[in-house]
Design a protein around this ligand. Sequence first.
Ligand code: ACM
Length: 464
Amino acid sequence: MPDFDTLLPRPAAAIRADGECAWPAEVTVRTSADLPAEGYRLEIEPDGVTLHAADAAGEFYGRQTLRQLAGPAEFRAASIHTGQSTVPCGVIADHPRFGWRGCLLDVARNFRTKAEVLRFVDLLAAHKLNVLNLHLTDDQGWRVEIPAYPRLTEVGSWRASSMVGRHDGPERDGRPHGGFYTVDDLREIVAYAAERAVTVVPEIDIPGHARAAIAAYPDLGLAGDNPQVWNSWGISTSLLNPTESTLDFFRAVFDQLLDIFPSPVIALGGDEVPGATGEHGEFVRLLAEHLATRGRRAMGWDEVLDIEGLPPMVIGAWQEAAAGIRAADAGHDVVMCPEESVYLDHRQSDHPDEPIPVGYLHTLEDIYAYDPIPGELTEMLGTQAQVWTEHLDSARRVDYAVFPRLCAFAEVAWSAPEGRDFAEFLPRLRDHHLPRLDALGVEYRPLDGPRPWQTRPGVPGRPR
Ligand code: ACM
């Protein structure tokens, strides 16, 4: 029977009492206004469980905690028990450190099917993460149906070929790649996520990373640019032409997004715009204003901080911690997601077998040691791990890159930093949490390195 010291993320407070409660147990739920947002208190007694919850999220998290206490088999898709099991008695009082505990999933570079996205939501929720930042568009693909502009998906949702690894040569795999979500697929994802206390924050990237849209409607691009959906990784120089008609086009696109996604925050990118002009900045500002007039807050990457007169936004501080401080000083909400700390597509070790090693070295221990609050900042919305998928071309590759590092990140985002100790975390992960991931069917990276079929011999990376 797993005890309180097996929980992941670690709860705020847990007091073990003598005895056990038969499981499955009667769970009495009581809403309690005294608890912090998303918080819960579990009272487990021999004759049953009382779950005090601040709100629906708190109830969901209390049930996740019970699921961990009931043992790894609870994470299987169906019960394989015949006999009765037990959960340990005591009281667990718990609430999150941050209100935004996010993970970005890039479905533009490599499309993930709807079923794979739903599974990813399940995995976030099992780790008490509450935001899925869904990166829906980029140079390499447009993944959201916009009925008014059918070419966005007819043309923009697939590319002729893809770059294999990170070589600088002309080789491509010669295989078309594509896919998109219909409006109803996305409504389903949103509803499924909401049942699991996860908000889906959609992202349409403008005015760079928009080549798939320009390929579909060349008038959106700069004069003389007539690109295809890109079959390279990197930063494309194809940019939106920030005219009034492009603005109208994207106002309509974002209006469609607002109709699908109830999230109070809608992401518009704004990152990596080579040769950006003042007009490009104004274009971003006007779309952020457009979202504000419709009662939503725009989220942008920290490059947008150079734009004058932005409405209050959420800033994803990805380039460095200082960007988070600058964003807070300018009155924006801050989500810390620095590339040098929490990019889960980056390599997990310097072992020669690490598949397609790119970016910085982020070991499990590095992720666990990350503290999102930069020195002088006291108030922050939260933190987010990022899963860019140039080199993650299947759900199995995503599993390998994301787990178990996301388990460490979940604890960073949820648990108080006091007493955090990797030497305590590692056996808890290895002995108690990995069996839960096994039961869920997650193909995480084994702690001692990839299995032979998880390597990608001969496919070049680009480590930094
Ligand atoms: C980013 O990694 N370009 C946000």
